[in-house]
Design a protein around this ligand. Structure first.
Ligand code: ATP
Length: 249
């Protein structure tokens, strides 16, 4: 990773009534970096993703992406600027084909209303085919998405995200529910996305092996706040971090 800051989050805060789900969290992600976010259940990790990607409005704080403030931008505008996310649950349109799911992702990156881009933009089709090939699902393009096993659904979500040509990918627990072999395959896939595509990655992850292998830096959240951030080895062996993890299991 270079030294240029791509995403800069300062004092991000999200309140739900009396509950502060994200409480004054600051971090920055450099272009080309892989940045991990971890912490016990309910720490506020997904809410932090929701705030940065525009799915919920921040109660406070500043967020700059690629030199522009996005803290009051819509989900759509943020996606067009180059941030795409995936969700914790494999969220694909089950009754749609594998290709159909990726085309939906591709239209988001086209910058046009979907009803124009979906049918008329050859770029959307090309990008979709290319994304399926990249994740190794091209042979299954015609299959029903709902019939895919978990790892393939996850690959499909990632292909759909790639088809929107993001600068930065936000992945919510991409390793969750995978066996050891699948974890290795996902590690290799994410490394390729980062190295070959130059896409900056921010991921929430509970699978420590994955975080330790992939992440350049990690942020540990606890009860909405930043507990520690820094290089994975230092942070994950920190007594406070160990205590929070043991306490939550
Ligand atoms: P997990 O690892 O279980 O996914 P998390 O770290 O992602 O947890 P969040 O899902 O961000 O945590 O939740 C943080 C806190 O905010 C929790 O107490 C949760 O109940 C609360 N919360 C999240 N979304 C809402 C909402 N829409 N309305 C009210 N409270 C919410």
């Amino acid at each position: 990773a270079g030294t240029e800051v791509l995403l800069d989050v300062r004092g991000a805060t999200k309140r739900y009534g009396g509950l502060i789900a994200v409480n004054d969290v600051s971090f920055s992600v450099r272009r080309g970096e892989i940045f991990g976010i971890a912490g016990p259940n309910g720490a506020g990790k997904t809410t932090l993703f929701d705030v940065v990607t525009g799915m919920v409005r921040a109660t406070g704080g500043e967020i700059d992406f690629d030199g522009v403030s996005i803290v009051r931008s819509s989900v759509h505008a943020i996606c067009h600027r180059g941030i795409t996310r995936t969700f914790q649950k494999p969220s694909v349109f089950d009754s749609e084909t594998v290709m159909g799911n990726v085309v939906v992702g591709a239209h988001f990156g086209s910058g046009k209303p979907w009803w124009k881009s979906l049918s008329r933009d050859p770029l959307v089709w090309d990008r979709s085919v290319e994304a399926l090939e990249f994740v190794g699902l091209a042979e299954r393009a015609e299959e029903r998405s709902g019939d895919l096993p978990v790892y393939d659904k996850k690959r499909l979500m990632i292909a759909s995200a790639l088809a929107s040509s993001p600068k930065m990918l936000f992945l919510d627990e991409p390793f969750g529910g995978l066996n050891d072999e699948e974890i290795d395959a996902m590690l290799a896939l994410l490394s390729r996305i980062n190295a070959e595509r130059g896409i900056t990655i921010v991921l929430i992850e509970h699978v420590m092996r994955a975080l330790m292998t992939l992440a350049d830096r990690v942020l540990i959240m606890d009860q909405g706040r930043t507990l520690r951030q820094g290089d994975p080895h230092t942070v994950m062996t920190d007594p406070d971090v160990v205590r929070v993890y043991l306490g939550s299991s």
